[in-house]
Every structure is written in structure tokens, then in C-alpha cells.
Design a protein around this ligand. Structure first.
Ligand code: PAF
Length: 281
């Protein structure tokens, strides 16, 4: 496994594979890797000849009061984990490498589907994601890019970006990896105290309960209200509990699949999760 920290170095490392027309898979991450990230790499290995994983804590997707400075940087540990799952190249640039000194005059904005859900509580977040993902796609030029369904809105935003800008790659969504008690794996789970960690699986429990209730024919509005009450009773501060179509549109027709979304805080830690309820025939 190689580690590259410059765009020039990465381009040189990828050049033989590109000339040999090998299939390149790409897994963008911010590091502090867990099994969820490793499963993205495992999926990439199944269909690609060479897998690149980027590790870059992207300043442009963090708000002024968010955890950019404290976000865990664990490059050495991450590189051992990646070597074990067969990653071929780690791309771990410094901020100066990705954002040169000259002021940037280009923004990338995916509209409409970034307004609600996490876009509401984190204004500008998806602009930062769209910008860094566009830059990384241009640098790596992969055939396939792999994103976790845990960040469902992000996945849909990136798919839209790739479609709208005719980027020559396919974006693949990979199912959420969960702890045994159902908690969706996330780098931010490490912020939870042990008491909060014990409560955190209630998010998935509430999603599963809601799915069952919808399948039994309960009304969506009362199912969402029950989820809110359940989470509040367990000490969560709710950011949103919502249902959307898989394309992130408002639900108008109940003969289609529904995605249930939760974002809620336990203490200082904001957790997100989602679950798809299949209704489409
Ligand atoms: O999901 C993440 O870790 C980040 O948003 C991503 C896609 C690596 C962009 O910085």
C-alpha cells in the first residue's frame, strides 16, 4: 500500500493503472476509520482493480461552531486498518495541498435537496461536501466512488452532482454498518460518554419500530410523532425526525418507498441515522 500526500504524487502513482485501463475505485473519508469505512473499501475491492482511499478533514464542510479542530486525526491507525483490507493507495493531503493560498473563486452548489434535513441545521455543509468531492473526483478520476447510506442525504447529493455535471463515474451507496446493538457506526460515536453510548441505540430502535408501524398501516404523522416522543423520553434533543422519498422529496404518494430520517443530539454529540421502508410494488 502506498501513501501519497500530494496531488502530483498521487497522479504519478495512478498513472500505470490508468494506462492499463484498470478500474479505479475511490472511497473518500475524513479518517478516524471504523468498520463502516472498511466495508466501503471491501465493496470497492469486489469490483475494482485498484482502490484509493482519501483521508482529508475538509474545513469547508464544517460550520464555525462545529468540530473541525477537534475532529480526530488518526492517520497511523487508519493506515494499518486500510492495509489490512487491501487498500492500494491512501491519499492524505494537507489542507494547503487541497486549498492553495490563492483565493478560490469557484463554488459548487447542489440546490433544493440540500435545503432540508441536515442542510437546515448545517448551512453551507453540503456546499463544502460538493466542493471537496468534486475536487477529489477530478484528482483521482475514479470509475466508481463508494459512499455509506448512513449519510443518505450526502449520498443523494453526490449522485445528483455527478449526474448534473456529467462526471464520468458511478456512485455506489453501501448499506450502513451497525454495532451489535444497532447503533450506526460513525466517527462521532467516539464523542459519546458511556451513559450516552448506552442510550444511542434508541435511534435505530425508534426507526425499526416506526418501520413496523408503517407496515401495519399506521399514519405517517403519528408514527413520526411517536418517534419524537420516544427519543425525547430517552434524553435526546431532536434536530429532525422526518420522512422523505428516496430522492429526498416530500411524500405525496404512499405507494412508493419512504426513507425515515433522524438527527438528534445526546449531550454535545449529534447523531444521524435513517431507514428505508419499502412500499413500492
Ligand atoms: O462522509 C464524509 O466523511 C465526508 O463528508 C466526505 C465525503 C469524505 C467529504 O469530506
Amino acid at each position: 500500500m502506498k501513501m501519497e500526500t500530494t496531488i502530483h504524487g498521487l497522479t504519478a502513482s495512478l498513472s500505470p493503472a490508468k494506462h492499463a485501463k484498470k478500474l479505479i475505485g475511490f472511497v473518500p473519508t475524513m479518517g478516524n476509520l471504523h468498520e463502516g469505512h472498511l466495508n466501503l473499501v471491501r465493496e470497492a475491492k469486489k469490483i475494482c482493480d485498484l482502490v484509493v482511499v482519501s483521508i482529508f478533514v475538509n474545513p469547508t464542510q464544517f460550520g464555525p461552531n462545529e468540530d473541525f479542530d477537534s475532529y480526530p486525526r488518526t492517520l497511523e491507525q487508519d493506515s494499518h486498518l486500510l492495509a489490512d483490507v487491501g487498500c492500494d493507495i491512501i491519499f492524505a493531503p494537507a489542507v494547503e495541498q487541497m486549498f492553495a493560498k490563492a483565493p478560490r473563486k469557484t463554488n459548487i452548489q447542489v440546490t433544493d435537496i440540500t435545503d432540508g434535513l441536515c442542510g437546515h441545521a448545517r448551512p453551507g455543509h453540503f456546499d463544502g461536501v460538493a466542493l471537496i468531492v468534486t475536487k477529489l473526483f477530478n484528482i483521482v478520476q475514479p470509475n466508481y466512488a463508494f459512499f455509506g447510506q448512513k449519510d443518505f442525504q450526502q449520498l443523494v447529493v453526490v449522485q445528483q452532482l455527478v449526474r448534473d455535471l456529467n462526471m464520468p463515474l458511478e456512485v455506489i451507496g453501501v448499506p450502513t454498518t451497525r454495532a451489535e446493538d444497532g447503533l450506526a457506526l460513525s466517527s462521532r460515536n467516539g464523542y459519546l460518554t458511556s451513559e450516552e453510548r448506552n442510550k444511542a441505540p434508541q435511534i435505530y430502535a425508534s426507526l425499526q419500530h416506526a418501520k413496523g408501524a408503517l407496515e401495519q398501516g399506521e399514519l405517517l404523522t403519528s408514527v413520526l410523532e411517536d418517534m419524537r416522543s420516544h427519543l425525547q423520553a430517552h434524553g435526546f434533543e431532536i434536530d429532525y425526525v422526518e420522512a422523505r422519498t428516496p430522492e429526498l422529496q416530500t411524500i405525496t404518494d404512499f405507494n412508493q418507498d419512504i426513507v425515515l430520517f433522524v438527527a438528534a443530539k445526546l449531550g454535545k454529540t449529534r447523531l444521524i441515522d435513517n431507514l428505508i421502508v419499502h412500499f413500492a410494488t
